[in-house]
Structures are given as structure tokens and as C-alpha cells.
Design a protein around this ligand. Structure first.
Ligand code: PMP
Length: 419
């Protein structure tokens, strides 16, 4: 029923619109790892709602559960009332996600976006420690509110804002100065030195794999040193799993293989499983020092999201088989990206799991490749300070056939752009 004319977007939608500029068509339908436009053209989806569709579009079991909930006149908005879907979600999340990983964190439902979970984490860390300084890292991305934005590295997002949340100190992420410099040791020295001018932090906030910042990864040793620094200085370790969580890097949480236990863990994007807005902050019990209704949010209880989130956990996280499938798909991505890297002078691979990418050297080159890929039927985006890393972010359950087809479209786009 939709006509494909796009003029209303140019006339009426804010200049803030972003992704749609590169993907200039009217999408009307999506299933699994495929998108369709008003004229029936098909694209393979290597963007996956920027990591909010780890289980693809319109999962049949989640759709059925949601339709049944609506037909039974279940609540839509629950705020923080006790509801059936919320109960079920908490039970399944505790049983299949927290318990097997030895985590006893409490679940705080924040407002519906990743930004909201980060904002809650910053506030709680300040409250628990009575301090206000937060250490965040170069190329980190944590959201767009004044606190989360202050912790975000990229200057483009902070343009024209002037002073944001005071007290955020940005520290170089692992590898920022190349292999010779250990930026965790540097942080330890700075915090031990009373004349460094860095106040004792309330929190250290980071993404183990930087989603928007270009797929830089924290190694196990570096991450453990950061956790030790946080502990030694009485700061909370906040891990942002908004993009890297829910299985994206192979394990449910991206921090799991790094051997640390964060005080606070932010989750959003794929936690609802279905693309419905939902965000939560996992809080180590002794850090859960909120008073009732001290930190609110009307939309912190979307029952439609709880219904689909519960199905996602039951369907995918009861055992290791889903993670194993992700690992298999990830190794195909590695292999194919390596072949592409050989075609682009100076290109190299970044990231892990189904959060890998190809650093092609410049944002301009990445843009040409991505536009070509779109013409050939692939939706895929870039990351990094200059959008110079082509980022493969497929649904985690993409079929082998679609994954291979999407990667071959990308390879052709690389070859055609350079040829
Ligand atoms: N943290 C990370 C790591 C993210 O990737 C994002 C979104 N790209 C956010 C926080 C903010 O989430 P939202 O856009 O849902 O507010």
C-alpha cells in the first residue's frame, strides 16, 4: 500500500536523519536476515538494526507470543508494576543468563534505550561512591544524553554542545598509541599520582569491543588490569554491552572471555529479541543502593518487549548450541574478510564473533564500497572515527546461504570499487 516516493522525508524529517541517506529506499517488509522495499526489491541485512536484531526480523515464535499476549489483552505499558511477562523474563534471565555465568546481579529496568541504561549507570556510580569523576575511553560510544555523550569519544556527536557532564576523563583505549604502550599501566600510574590532576573516579566505563568506535578490542590482560585498577581505587567497573552483548561476539556477554566481573552491566538493543525498545542495567547486589522510585522512567516496563525477550532467552540461550553456531558463522566471516583485505592495500581485520570488520583506510573508500554493495542488494554500514571500518553485523542466526551470498556481494563491491 505504500508508494515508493521519498519526498516527504526530505521535506519533513529532521536533518538529524542518518542511515536512510545511504539506504535511500522505502523499506516495507523484513523477515529473518532479509529486507524488502515497496517495489519488492530485496536486500540481505548486514546491519541488523545496529545490533538490535541479533535473532533477525520477525522471528516466528516471538511474533506468535506477542500476538497471543495482545489477543489476551495483556498489559502493554506496565511501568514498574508486577506483570506476568516481566516475571517470566526475570525468571528465565536469572536461570539461563545469570546463573550459568555465576552472576548474582539485580536487574534494573531503565528507560527503553541503551543511552538510558548508561545514564542510570553513571548516576548509580556517583551515588554509591560519592565521587563524580568517570574514566571513559577514546573511541567509546555510549549514547546521546548529556552524561552518556560526555563519555562518548567521537567529536562529531558532541559538536556544538560545549560543556557536558563535568568530570569525565577520557583515557586512551588499548592500542591507541600502538603496540608499545600499555594504556592500562598508564591509567594506573595517573591514578596513583596525586599530582596528575585526575580525581579518584566513581567509575571506569568501557565497551570490551567498541561497536561504533571501530571494533577495537580489549584483550584479556588489559581488561583484567582495568578491573584491578577500578577495584584498587574503589571505582565501579561499568561494562557497556549495549551492542556487543546478547551473543554478538560469541558469548552472551562480550566480557565473559576476559575474566572480569563488572559491577554494572548495561544491556539494550537485542535484549528484547524482536527490536522492541528495552534496556536494563545489571547491578551487583551491594551496589544496588537506589531508594524506591529515586530513578524512574515511564517506559521502563514495556510488556511487549518482555514477552519477546523471554522467548529469545528460551529459544537461544538454554545451552551452548547457539554460541557454537555463531562461532561457525564468525569463522566464515573472518575467512571472507581476509580475502577482501588482500584486495585493498593496507586493509586489515578488526573485531570478533559476528562483530567483525574490515579497516579499508579511509571513510571515502568505505562509503564507495558500501554504496556499491547497496546497489547489489546488501545493507551494511561502517564504523570508526572516520567510518573507515566496514562492519559486518548480521543477525546471529543468519542462514549459511544468506551469509555466503551477502559476503560475496561485499567482495564484488570491493572488487568493483577498486577495479
Ligand atoms: N552503547 C553502545 C555500545 C552503543 O552501541 C549504543 C548505540 N549504538 C548505545 C550505547 C546507545 O544506545 P541507544 O542508541 O539505544 O540509546
Amino acid at each position: 500500500q505504500y508508494r515508493s516516493d521519498l519526498s516527504i522525508f526530505q521535506e519533513r524529517e529532521s536533518e538529524a536523519r542518518g542511515y536512510c541517506r545511504r539506504f535511500d529506499t522505502l523499506f516495507t517488509r523484513a523477515v529473518g536476515s532479509e529486507l524488502f522495499d515497496a517495489d519488492g526489491r530485496r536486500w540481505i541485512d548486514f546491519l541488523a538494526g545496529c545490533g538490535s536484531l541479533n535473532y533477525g526480523h520477525n522471528d516466528a515464535d516471538m511474533s506468535a507470543a506477542l500476538i497471543a499476549h495482545i489477543q489476551q489483552q495483556g498489559l502493554a505499558v506496565g511501568m514498574d508494576l508486577h506483570t506476568g511477562p516481566k516475571k517470566r523474563f526475570l525468571e528465565l534471565f536469572a536461570r539461563h543468563v545469570l546463573a550459568p555465568r555465576g552472576l548474582n546481579h539485580r536487574v534494573m529496568f531503565t528507560g527503553p534505550t541503551g543511552t538510558n541504561a548508561i545514564e542510570a549507570a553513571l548516576k548509580l556510580a556517583r551515588k554509591v561512591t560519592g565521587r563524580h569523576n568517570v574514566i571513559a575511553f577514546t573511541n567509546g560510544y555510549h549514547g546521546v544524553s548529556m552524561g552518556a555523550l560526555a563519555a562518548t569519544g567521537n567529536g562529531y556527536n558532541r559538536m556544538g554542545q560545549g560543556a557536558l557532564l563535568p568530570g569525565v576523563t577520557r583515557h586512551p583505549f588499548e592500542g591507541y598509541f600502538g603496540p608499545g604502550v600499555d594504556t592500562a599501566d598508564m591509567l594506573a600510574q595517573l591514578l596513583d599520582d596525586p599530582s596528575s590532576g585526575i580525581d579518584k573516579p566513581a567509575a571506569i566505563l568501557l565497551e570490551p569491543v567498541q561497536g561504533e568506535g571501530g571494533l577495537n578490542q580489549a584483550s584479556r590482560g588489559w581488561m583484567q588490569r582495568i578491573a584491578q585498577i577500578a577495584q584498587r581505587h574503589g571505582a565501579l567497573l561499568i561494562v557497556d554491552e549495549v551492542q556487543a552483548g546478547c551473543g554478538r561476539t560469541g558469548s552472551f556477554f562480550s566480557f565473559e572471555p576476559l575474566g572480569v566481573v563488572p559491577d554494572l552491566i548495561a544491556l539494550s538493543k537485542s535484549i528484547s529479541g524482536y527490536g522492541l525498545p528495552m534496556a536494563l542495567l545489571l547491578v551487583r547486589p551491594d551496589r544496588d543502593q537506589w531508594r524506591p522510585a529515586e530513578h524512574n522512567g515511564t517506559f521502563r516496563g514495556n510488556n511487549h518487549a518482555f514477552v519477546t525477550a523471554a522467548v529469545a532467552i528460551e529459544k537461544y540461550w538454554q545451552d551452548d548450541s547457539f554460541s557454537q553456531g555463531v562461532a561457525q558463522r564468525a569463522s566464515l566471516v573472518t575467512r571472507e574478510l581476509q580475502a577482501m583485505a588482500a584486495m585493498v592495500p593496507g586493509a586489515y581485520l578488526k573485531g570478533r564473533g559476528l562483530m567483525q570488520g574490515l579497516h579499508v583506510g579511509s571513510g571515502a573508500l568505505a562509503d564507495r564500497i558500501l554504496r556499491r554493495a547497496f546497489e547489489r542488494g546488501l545493507v551494511i554500514e561502517a564504523a570508526g572515527p572516520e567510518d573507515e571500518v566496514i562492519k559486518v553485523l548480521t543477525p546471529l542466526n543468519i542462514s549459511a546461504a544468506l551469509l555466503a551470498e551477502g559476503l560475496s556481494i561485499l567482495q564484488r563491491a570491493v572488487a568493483e570499487t577498486l577495479g
